[in-house]
Structure formats: C-alpha cells, structure tokens
Write a protein that binds this ligand. Structure first.
Ligand code: SF4
Length: 701
C-alpha cells in the first residue's frame, strides 16, 4: 500500500480543524453531577451538611489528588484537588465520575464461589477457608511455585504485599500486566541499569518529540500531561508528533511527522544515526558500536524506505531536536502500555542520551523507585525458600499465556487489578490458558471478563472505600506518594484486597501467617510507611523528589546494537489495523463508567458498532457510514466505517476500550474489543507483546 504522506498531512490538518481536546475540569464535573443523578441506582443527594474531603484517585496510573464533596457524610461529587502536586485541580472524565464506580450495579457485592457455570454467594469466612484449603493442598503437594499471580499493581504497598504473599507461599511466578511504567523500567534496565524508571519533564521542555505518545489522550499521568501541553504555548515550547493518524495530540502539535505504523523505532534510530554521522552528539557517551551499526543499517535513505519519512525531513528534524535548548523524546504509542516494543522505547531513549538530555531540566530523568516502604523481614519456611528460588515459568505475562495454553504449569492463580481476558491481545487464547489453571482467585471489584472465569471472587472495595498509598508513575518526572482515604464505608460486603490477603495468610497459619501478622491493612500501612506516615496522613501526600537526579547515568547501547528487527504485523490484507486510544474510553482493568460511555462521540461508537477510521483514498467501494466486515487472522467483526482524511491511507484505526462481554448494560455489547482482532507478536529479548497492529481486510457487510 502506497503511503501518501502529503495527502495525509494536507487533508488531515484541514479535516480535523476544530476537534476539541478532551475537556477536563468544571464543565464535565457539572455534567457528571447531572448525569449521575439520572442513573436509577445512584442515590439522589438530600439537603444537609456539606463537607469536602481530600483523597487520591487510583483508577489509573495518573494518581491525581481529588476533592470529594459530601452531604451528610455521603459522597456526591468528585473534583480535581487544587494545588495537588500532580494534577493541580484537574481531573479526567473517569475520575470525576468515580461515584458511578461506587454505586455501579456491575460491582461484585459479596464473595462468590463458582458452582458449575454459575456463581453462588458465600460468606467471607467460607471464601477465605475455601481458598486457604486449596492453597494448603498445593503446598502439601510440594509445588508452591505452581501458584501464580497476574497483577496490575506496579508500585506501592499493595504491589509489595502481593509479592510478599507469593514469596512466603513459595512462588516466583508473579507477572505484571503490560503498563507504561513497566515498559519504562525495562527501557531503563536495558540502557542504564536495573531498578530504575524514566520520567519525562514535559513541563520544562522546549521541544517535545513524541513518538506516537497520546500526550493529551491518556499517556502517562493523563491530567499532568494535558496540563503540561496546555502550558506549552506560554512557554513557547514546540510539540512534534510522530504519528500515523491525526490524533488529538497530533492535532495540537506544531508539526506532524507521518510514519508507517510500527516504524517509530526505525525513525528514532535514523535520527540517532544522523546525529552520530554529523558528530552532533552532546555529552560523554561511548557510541562506537552503536554508530557503526547505525551507519550500516539506518542510513537516511534506508530509514526513508522503511518509515516513509523523507531523508531530508529526518535530517532537518534531527537538527531541530539537537539545537533546541531543552529537547526531550517521548516513547510509547497511544497510552504506551500494550502493543509496545522495547526496541522502540530504547531507540527513543537513545536519542535522549545522545542529546545529553538525561537528568536535565526539561529532559528525561532516570529515577530510582520511591524508597519509602519498610516491611519487616518476610518469614519463609523451607518449602517457601525452595519454591521461590525456582525459575519462573515465563519472562512476561504474554509468555505465561503461551506457556499455559500449550503446557499448563500453574495449579492456582491470583488475579489482582487486572483483566487479562479482555486487555491482552487475543483474549480467546488467554481464556484457554486460564482454563488450564485448576483454581483461580479474583480480587476484582467488578464482574469483568477475567472474574467471570474465576473459581472464587474476593470482591475488592473500590478506591473511595479504602486506604492506600498511591505512587505517581507513568513517566512523570517527579515522585509523589499520595494517600487514598476511605470516603465512605464499603457499601457492599467487600473488603480491602490487602485485608483479604491478611485473612488468607492467617488462615494458612505457620510462616505465612507470621509474615502477615497485622490486624488490618490500615495498621500495616502505618507501620510500613513509618518514615513518611506523619506527613502522608496529615497532608495527604509527600513529594519524594521533583528535581532532576544528580549526575548523568551511563548509557549502554548494547541492547540496540543487537536488537531484533521490528515485529512484523501478522496475517494478510490491504490494510493495517491499529488500536486507537481515546481519553474517554477506559482501558486495562478499568471499565468505562456509564457517564464516560455516555459522552463517547458517535464517531467512535455508533449504536452497537465501533466506528473504524479509514482514509477515503483507500476506501475502495466502501462509503462513509457503511457497515463493513473487518477481518484479520484472529477473527472478524462488523464495524461502521468512518472516513477520516487524517489517517494514513491503508491504516484502519479502531478505538480501544469497547466491546466488553459481561452482564453490564452500560458497557457490554457496545462495539468491538480491538484486542480480539489482534494477535500477540512476542518480541525476542523483552517478552513484550510488540504487536502494534495486524494486517486486515474490509468488505461491505
Ligand atoms: S487521570 Fe487517572 S488518576 Fe487522574 S482523575 Fe483520571 S482516572 Fe483518576
């Protein structure tokens, strides 16, 4: 398929003029409040004493401070918290509709046990003793390593508590769901050393070169990114967006560089090659092997052939980047979580290293994790020591799915803060893999695709009902620990997942119980955050660090010198299907609230159909508004065609976050889960699913 870059840019910019940015703030707060009162299951607030409490939203990695308005002690409205060091009064549509998560009828209201194909209600005592008994049998059989954990918690005390349970039980098999945070940690490990992450100082950069990052559509800490972009004009800072469609971020950019999807790493390597060939690198980095590889494989002409970006444009971009006072290159297409390649992240970070932008104001900070938690030593008996020292079954959650689907290997699985049966590519395969695990325990708050396949559900209280430390992450160039506080007692028979874990450990007895000797999670949190607890509980947050780290970390380019080629999209077809992230559509373990679904544009969801964007230049006989069949090697779906001259010819953009398949009238049956149509392509060397898209065909239905 020939890519006509000029027509993409020329037509696209005109066509999308006037597209509004995702609104954040007062207007939506009012809308949400009005809508909230229109849902039959949402209590109507009575007159009474008005109070405001501060807390932190943990619905996404944004970690925004929130202010919760209460009437007679009952939460009635959520707004962004003024002066909070991450979001300074802003909040996104999901945060402000947090009350809907509280009252949502799809919440799991009591512990459940699978009986045949149905769930039956059980008490907490029954649920805990059932899980303890099953886990006890696994330990007795001498295979504690066959307990697995799939978690969406990257940081904070909850991540450590689950890890602690796994270690005390005797299993190394913890797997994190894909996230921007984990991709950045992998990148830092590949180039700078283990146990670090990357934070992008967008607030102080004068030249942001984004490789498809949806900076105003949910990348990183979404509200912080939107605010950094909003202040760009005053700072006279430039945004250059490398993209294959005119996203809201691209529309807000000063310049768009159109690339073929999946070739962002090649462009970044090409830019590195230009800087090295012209000897324009700044700082002290050892680049000889990297430079030799680039001179051979990534000459401007070769990169033009791969990416579609003209060699002269690439050279001009490299010059603009290196000449800026405070440039920064940002990796991670869309939200930067799934379908990402370590090669791509590392190539973009190499550009930062060559331009001497590490640990510089307005650059990228190579940060150590916030060191504020002090857990007492874990008590591990011989079985735990032996089991935990065994090799992991797989290197990543994607590899785990492969392994389980083919050979099994886990007797039991915990799932916390994750919905792999929806959020990973090819969920059908994930479901088959899950079915190979004998006993699954979900800690979900909602009946989602993964909870449905579990044997026991220990329902979690949501963020408005629980205490928790919430650590900033997601590419933010500062570390803030916030305190999420209970705004209301659990309104259903749910528990804090940490309290469920403590009860479970104590029911198992012996060394596991000794590792979890707290009376409650609240007591645990106060103990383990000892050194910051006073400020955390008083002010509601602690800024651990917000300055550039001292010194410049070394950069080792070996990974890039030996990195594999780009993941090739699977299958056949004239089109490449790519997922498109939208601010108003929740992804991952989070499900869009009814309010958020209500405000989705009909250019994204039209009735029951996902609207897919295609460029009219490659529409063939299809017309705008047609219902079409979209087919890939993984499956097919009926979709509605939406013409968009702002997407590259030959590319199909499908919104991510639709097509849930469980009994919730507000989100189920609406559109297609794009992950159903995309097969994973595991990247050698990283274990990441690097499938940015898949080949596809479109025909009239
Ligand atoms: S961006 Fe994330 S943390 Fe912030 S309000 Fe929205 S959902 Fe909550």
């Amino acid at each position: 398929m020939k890519i006509d870059r000029r027509s993409f840019l020329g037509l696209g910019l005109g066509a999308a003029a006037g597209v509004a940015l995702s609104p954040v703030g007062v207007k939506l707060t009012d809308d949400s409040s009005i809508w909230t009162q229109n849902w039959p299951w949402t209590p109507v607030p009575e007159d009474g004493k008005i109070t405001y409490d501060r807390s932190v939203c943990s619905l996404c990695p944004g970690a925004c401070g929130i202010s919760v308005k209460k009437i007679n002690g009952r939460p009635v409205k959520i707004e962004g918290l003024d002066d909070y060091p991450i979001n300074n009064g802003g909040a996104c549509p999901h945060g402000i509709s947090g009350l809907q998560y509280l009252y949502d009828p799809a919440r799991i209201k009591t512990p459940l046990k699978k009986n045949g194909n149905k769930f039956e209600k059980i008490s907490w005592d029954e649920a805990i003793s059932l899980v303890a008994q099953k886990l006890g049998e696994i330990r007795k059989s001498g295979t504690p390593e066959s307990l697995g954990l799939i978690t969406g918690a990257d940081s904070g005390s909850m991540a450590q508590l689950f890890e602690r349970f796994m270690a005390a039980f005797g299993s190394p098999n913890t797997y994190n769901m894909p996230s921007l945070e984990s991709n950045l940690a992998l990148t830092a490990a590949a180039l700078h050393g283990a146990d670090r992450s990357l934070g992008f100082d967008l607030d102080h950069s004068d030249f942001i070169l984004s490789f498809g990052a949806a900076i105003i559509e949910g990348w990183g800490s979404p509200v912080a990114c939107i605010q950094a972009n909003a202040s760009r004009r005053e700072r006279k800072a430039k945004l250059v967006q490398v993209d294959y469609r005119l996203s809201n971020t691209a529309n807000a950019a000063d310049k768009i560089i159109a690339v073929k999807p999946g070739t962002e790493a090649d462009l970044a390597l090409g830019l590195c090659g230009v800087l090295l060939a012209k000897n324009l690198i700044a700082g002290d980095v050892n680049t000889s092997a990297f430079a030799a590889m680039l001179a051979k494989e990534y000459t401007p002409d070769k990169v033009e052939a791969i990416t579609g970006v003209k060699a002269a444009d690439m050279e001009a971009l490299a010059m603009e980047f290196i000449k800026a006072k405070a440039p920064v290159a940002v990796p991670g297409k869309g939200r930067g979580d799934v379908g990402q390649s370590l090669r791509e992240f590392a190539a973009v970070q190499a550009l930062n290293a060559l331009a001497d932008r590490l640990n510089k104001k307005g650059g990228v900070f190579v940060m150590y994790p916030a060191d504020y938690l002090s857990f007492p030593e874990n008590v591990m008996d011989d079985a735990a020591k032996q089991g935990a020292s065994k090799a992991k079954l797989a290197g990543s959650v994607n590899e785990l799915v492969d392994k389980l689907e083919k050979d099994g290997g886990l007797s039991a699985l915990f799932i916390y803060n994750a919905n792999p049966c929806y959020a990973l590519n090819n969920p059908e395969k994930v479901k088959v893999a899950m079915d190979k695990v004998g006993f699954k325990v979900s800690f979900s708050s909602f009946m989602d695709e993964t909870a449905l396949r579990s044997d026991v559900i220990l329902p979690a209280s949501i963020f408005l009902e629980r205490l928790e430390d919430v650590v900033s992450g997601g590419g933010l160039a500062k570390t803030v620990v916030g305190l999420c506080r209970p705004m209301v007692k659990p309104i259903f028979d749910t528990k804090h997942p940490a309290d469920a874990l403590i009860l479970l450990a104590q029911a198992m007895g012996d060394s596991i119980a000794q590792s979890f000797s707290w009376n409650s999670y609240d007591a645990c949190l106060e103990q383990v955050t000892g050194k910051i607890w006073h400020t955390l509980s008083g002010d509601g947050y602690v800024v651990i660090d917000d300055k550039p780290p001292v010194g410049t970390p070394a950069t080792d380019f070996t990974f890039l010198v030996s990195a594999p080629k780009a993941a090739v999209p699977m299958g056949e077809g004239d089109y490449t299907l790519v997922p498109v992230d939208k601010m108003r559509l929740a992804v991952g373990s989070m499900i869009s609230s009814p309010f958020a679904v209500k405000i989705i544009s009909d250019k994204v969801l039209s009735g029951k159909y996902s609207v897919v964007e295609i460029n009219p230049a490659t529409a063939g006989i299809l017309k705008d508004g047609d219902i079409a069949v979209l087919k890939t090697a993984m499956g097919k779906a009926k979709v509605k065609i939406g013409f968009n001259e702002g997407i590259l010819p030959g590319v199909i953009g499908m919104p991510r976050g639709l097509g849930h398949a469980f009994n919730n009238p507000y989100v189920a049956g609406k559109g297609v889960n794009v992950n159903d149509l995309i097969g994973p392509v595991i990247e050698p060397g990283s274990g990441l699913d690097a499938a940015f898209g898949i080949k596809a065909t479109l025909s009239k239905a």
